[in-house]
Design a protein around this ligand. Structure first.
Ligand code: 5GP
Ligand code: ZN
Length: 113
């Protein structure tokens, strides 16, 4: 999609600190980290958000979680991290290309705000 910030990051048109890439997923450091580890994982194919998901998206949604778990293992944060999808403006979603937040490396509170 031409006018999407995260599509531009995936395509390398906007710089980012890449953490992981394969044929389906691109992961990069969040520019405004909320914890020592704060990584965004995005499907390379433009996809607006979980509220627009269809059954064919099941594989990529699960795969994003598995890649997050792999990064969590590599970062040594398996004693506590969160994977978070903000869905829709009231949740705080501000970029409408689906992205899984991987947040960890500090104590978390519950419930999230
Ligand atoms: P949302 O609020 O939509 O769930 O999350 C969007 C996230 O993208 C925010 O955590 C924000 O800091 C991050 N973000 C916004 N613009 C950029 C950018 O240009 N580069 C990077 N690396 N992260 C960004
Ligand atoms: Zn996009």
């Amino acid at each position: 999609m031409t006018d999407c910030l995260f599509c531009k990051i995936v395509e390398g048109k906007i710089p980012s600190k890449k953490v992981y890439e394969d044929d389906k997923v691109f992961a990069f450091e969040d520019v405004n980290p909320q914890a020592p580890t704060h990584i965004l994982l995005v499907p390379k194919r433009h996809f607006e958000g979980l509220n627009k998901a269809v059954p064919e998206d099941a594989e990529i949604l699960g795969y994003l979680q598995l890649v997050a778990a792999k990064i969590g293992r590599e970062r040594g944060i398996e004693d506590g991290y969160r994977t978070v999808l903000n869905v829709g403006p009231r949740s705080g979603q501000s970029v409408f290309h689906l992205h899984l937040h991987l947040i960890g490396g500090r104590d978390m509170t519950w419930p999230p705000g």
